[in-house]
Design a protein. Structure first.
Lengths: 332, 332, 332, 332, 332, 332
């Protein structure tokens, strides 16, 4: 019972630019042998490394999707040395819906790795990416933003790795990507993410957070477009050195622990005290939570539990108990 | 079969500050005589006009909700001459969900007026507001923002009225509210809105658009808080003259017709050419629509069909065919 | 656009015992001309009044359904003088689901009268009952219990009517039914109920509450079976005098106003202080509301707001804000 | 509160061929001012009558949709005398889903006339067709098939009308359409259909049944294409006489009453005794209903209740209690 | 954690004819210990092989269900040598709904093998069939049709097996079944099907496709009834030689690869160029895809990519991007 | 991929009384990093055993939830020797809904053990309880009632264990709990329950059934409160001997096999012959099943298949085919 039921309608080993589709089985009541198409682009020329760039892991994160669509249209195969594989709208059903989660099976695609060839749709697709695409790759980057709920300072995101060589190569890749911030996380339970799957296969890999709020932000789009080409330059797939953005080299930071999060204790409307990117101090007011059910009640004040940079904030006004409303990063 | 089944758990004719609830019947499988509570605040003191301020007509529009919660807490009855009725989270089920539409009956509350005492939940509530609260009022303002989908320059919104006296009084109220923009619309089919219901009852009334994107924007919140108090001052319920904001008097504008809208012709990700508030020219590029299903296809360019101020823009990145992506306003 | 699309598959004017079905149009995706069958029984013999007995107005109220099924099987047409029409599972889709509300359109059938021949399923069926069955009737009784959510002392329920003759005839019918309690209510907004529809047509009519908790209670079933036959005796359709139950003549009571209700102010688990049928005093503890989200918080104590008989109590343990947890009745 | 909120994005009074869209407001959580597009084609040239041809009233009926798409592409405006209005996929959300009912509001579009400008989506669209398009028309034909559930001999369907002139003109139109069968029905409750709306406005109008089974049948498509052009020829909008099909002139039949239907009494799999188009006799076996829940039970035999032509049969194998499995027509 | 929670309410090892039920645990909100009943029939007499015949793997495939219900009623135990186990409506919740997928968990039952005793309903049932029934069997056949979406030439379907002896025995069984066509497939990912589960256990096994369109086709029903008895004769469970159908011996064919499929590239209505069973040529027109959203657009022509017999066609008119519209078979 | 993503917001190893929350990741469309809070209380003092008491495994079982909330509020840490861990509303989303199954993933929490750290919500939470809490424990009791569907005589429930020492210790714990009945079951497939998970880890453990009907029964609440404290006394965590209830020592019983269940063969309304707690005899009438679809049909009589005590009865009036309506226990 090995193998994936997914079929790539192009030649992953072919040369030139190919625009094709993954054909993922999806049985419907009115189409038992129906398939869901997932767009894929492969550019290959001569020998060189293989880089996989992905976006649309979550459907409501747009900077990566548009940057990779742009790259797919603008990149000429003769520019390439090696191979570029692009999945600009990877978890396609979620992308088509403009939602984080899939309308098909309700799954968060980035909690489905390494997948299951006979599981639900998201698991089948995750299994294909893990078992059929990752083994071809030397380098991988998965382009995220904060989605409908969160807004985040544009950042490359990597894991703190025990292998010093892999750590060095990961940081070098992040420097090349050149986001304003590089966040290095020690994620204990990252197992079900694409990033962790890539790491398990020994691939130099990054994730990212490039804005949020469920919108396409023009500045973050520019960072993402530049960063995607920078990764290809860094890998040697494109010629030339990575291009530095107007904000200079990437600032290395981390979110040390859960003590750097602020969570909403009850449902309400969140009124933040500070905008994204503020330097905040432990104990200072983080904002107020308004309980709409009782106009006579005072809003609940929350405070920061740590000192540092306000790296991520709640964007959508309405929160539920347990939602993070602020995440603070510190310099490494 | 007249009358509303809604019960107000306070005395609408009483004095002082009362924080109470509307009890709206909502039969559930596990509670046949269940009721949905809708918070209401009444402040009354001496003789004077009655002003009804409402927010949360749509659940994902937050500036009005927080401004009225703040007003409910901070207003002292002895400041008041007449009566203030506040519904800070009017369509409560939608507010609790943080959604435009009701999770109970899927209705857009602002398409339910004048309501139906034996219809679905939204219709029952609309009927109560129309038949029990509006008859008490001299002035009414319904505080909207653009919601999850749209971002809009902060504006009071009034209807172009045939009665010159009502038009004058409406514009005076809008001047007092003091949003950066006052938009005057000739809406042919506004019948099912709260604003139209108020007008049908001869009440001086306004709607508004005070930001959007599904977030609570601090500047727009400040405009809304000031505006809400300004309306009470203008009505004579609070003492003093309306306070002018830092942006000066309100600029009177209009959106003349459907030719001032730009609509997405197909599904895709919208990349706007200009930020909200730009002066744009007919024929200039409005942005590009990216079709994620085909990375080989060029994005679809759209152009502005009119010249004027970019008053409203699509906020959420993903659009469906038929969604407006831009609305242009012109000075009156 | 008059007339009902519902077809009765028996002869409403025929003699003898007929067991048939109402055929109510219900368009499905896979059966455009599909119909929903609603069981109906008609027994007629000679001349005499027509009595309509209904149950299953709400699907999770069982005493009436089983009592009328029993009556339908056991009654012989030669016992009858006049006509008996029985709808033992009137709102059939709700009955088949064992739910108060319809799984088809989510409607509470008893909020749908006088109905709409081209509305949703419940409205079409209500229109038929109102426009095709009620005009045939001299007397009507709709058998309810408290459903999943509530438990209620077995009672006939009638409206306080302005017409003294109708009031007298209604009370006589209730005395004949012979439940332990007869509750007389002044319902201002009862317009959309079957009872109100019957009254609008000048029919002597009753509703009832005969237990609850979503279960079939054997004692309440006995009361209901006896009461159903008593109504037929009282009408003269069956011979003999109504039979008095072991609890003696019916006690006439009322619930004067909303002040005789206790409502849950927030969500939680309701722990009642007293069992159904207790004599309670205004100000005494009614019970405690346990908030499961916070084990450190004390339960919220609620008190009775009126003195009288605990006529109706919350049955299901979990309540939502706005649910009634107790209703107190007083002797007339 | 008059008027429709629907906007036609073409000039209904213009000349030449216009391919446009109706823009129907449809508020979504992520697009409060969103609109649903409904394709419309208008061809006009010189003076002459206006004919409205519609298909996709139910989304899973395909002959009409493809015939009108073909007509829209192939018809040249210079061929036309007068005006042709085409709605090839009228209830567009149901058409896009390939379902009879709308996925938006669950409504059967042909039970929504004359509509409601402030009702649910289907009601708003029905109101526009009734109030904005029908008043322009001299003749109207709504192209149906049997849908997923039923298979039907290709037929024009008209109402038995009390006005002899209208009856004559309706039959003449049906003769011109030239389906193998013309069915004349006396429908008492046809009020909420498009056909009845057209008749209420004094328009010569027909419906039809042109196959079924949820498939596009090539022979029925040919009948439909020929018939659509024949109606235009009959009206004088196209030159020439209606073309007679290979099966000769249309046979006039009727379904006199409910006694010509066979209904499934319980759920099961329907095994028909005869194919569509068989001459059947009252009392003969119509088929057997297999109850899958009990393999030990014999299938339930059903018999025809009338003699005539098997005009309509159950297509989908699984039926529910109350579904028609056969309809018998008789010559007029 | 071994064992299945499913209980068979008959004695799988008993003699004679037993009609019983599998009792599969299915916890509901209102019945925590509820069970779903799945009908099962066992006929046993003397010594001999055990044959398992199954239908209703997908709920909208009817020939097999009715054939096995007929067999269950008509077979007498004294005719049998050995044992016959029949599951005429195996995935019962899907059968009761007349849908391919389960309304309980949305699963395609034939993608759930070998199942999971503690998974969702379909997984629990698949585990029972695999672990409790298959080990009893010498031969197994699972009766499929094309379902609502597809129409398929009646065929036995077997796998190309590496073990020549198993291949020979499988082909012999298919010859005995005697469908017009025997299709031999090399399915790489067939792991989660019942057929593959049977093969993994060393059982001679077949699947089939016996019509489609969501209807019960009388000719295909006759083929299926004959075939089911032929399998029992071939196994020696019934006496006599398999009966050859009027179309003669089965024609051995295959579908070599994905190049023999035609897929819809976008959503639309499919108009096929040829009926099922046509001999088609690579490059010839396969049909046209009509895009209802734009009546001005030409339909998209599709061509066959291979030469052979049109073995399977799209039945339902509406297709989604990625749906197969034609499958071509070639002689082995 | 080890470890749980759940974070306890208190120190499981700390002293004193801590009221905290488990933070369980739950990605929503509008909050990708959202968490669901599950209340937890830990009381620790000095050295001694650890006892885990849980309730709300199913959300509509209330005696345990209220008893543990009461214990959490009333227990003082200085009374404790060792540690008490309380989860009063363990499967919190189900508890908040007042439903057996989770509204998030539809899972029965007690069929999810030992869980999956990357599965659905219920699986993630079960994995945490199994892998993070159970290893800390010496004794565990999971407090159930019968839920909406069933009513059950208040009982401790333990498994018949092969290890005589564990069996002895389990029975001693049950004696201490002191419910009127102790039921000892040999459950073959109990693998996915919390009780089985505890046993797999060598913990002395019990489940229970303490009433039902979806209500909070005052007598059963008293039994549960006493029992919870008795378990702590028995473990030595609280001082003193277990307190014996007014009904004396617990009666040891068992339900030997499926032959002690009565199941509904079809859908209908269940009318029981006997109340809970009756001594019944094999072959005696158990009750009647009323089929509402046909008032002409006699109810189906069911009989008991075994002799013993009516330990569990169907509570909700409406049953579906396959639902148990009675369970009979026998003395051990």
């Amino acid at each position: 019972m090995a193998g994936s039921p997914v079929v790539a309608e192009l030649d992953l080993g072919g040369s030139g630019k190919q625009v094709g589709r993954l054909r993922v089985p999806l049985s419907r009541d009115d189409s038992g042998w129906g398939t869901q198409l997932v767009p894929i682009v492969v550019l290959a020329n001569g020998s060189g490394p293989t880089v996989l760039l992905t976006a649309g892991n979550h459907g409501d994160e747009y900077e990566g999707q548009v940057a990779l669509l742009d790259l797919a249209r603008s990149l000429r195969p003769e520019e390439v040395r090696g191979r570029v594989i692009l999945l600009p709208a990877m978890h396609y059903p979620a992308c088509a819906a403009g939602k984080r989660l899939s309308p098909i099976d309700g799954r968060d695609f980035n909690r489905c790795f390494p997948g299951d060839p006979f599981g639900s749709f998201a698991q089948v697709l995750a299994h294909y990416v893990d078992s059929a695409l990752l083994p071809l790759c030397d380098m991988q980057m998965d382009l995220h933003s904060g989605g409908t709920g969160m807004d985040i300072l544009p950042s490359a995101v990597g894991h703190a790795l025990d292998d010093p060589d892999m750590m060095t190569r990961t940081l070098a890749m992040a420097d090349a990507f050149g986001a304003p911030i590089t966040l290095v996380l020690r994620e204990v339970n990252a197992g079900p993410t694409l990033l962790a799957s890539a790491e398990r296969r020994g691939i130099v890999a990054l994730s990212s957070e490039l804005g949020g709020g469920g919108r396409l932000h023009p500045e973050n789009l520019a960072i993402t477009k530049r960063g995607a080409r920078n990764v290809l330059r860094h890998a040697g797939v494109l010629e030339g050195a990575p291009e530095v953005g107007p904000y200079g080299p990437s600032r290395r930071m981390t979110v040390p622990d859960m003590g750097h999060y602020v969570f909403a204790p009850v449902d309400g409307i969140w009124e933040a005290a500070d905008p994204l990117g503020t330097d905040v101090t432990a104990g200072a007011p983080a904002g107020r939570l308004h309980r709409t059910e009782d106009p006579g009640a005072d809003p609940i004040p929350l405070t920061y539990a740590a000192t540092g940079l306000l790296w991520c904030v709640r964007f959508a006004g309405r929160v539920k108990a347990g939602d993070p409303v602020a995440v603070i990063a510190r310099d490494l």
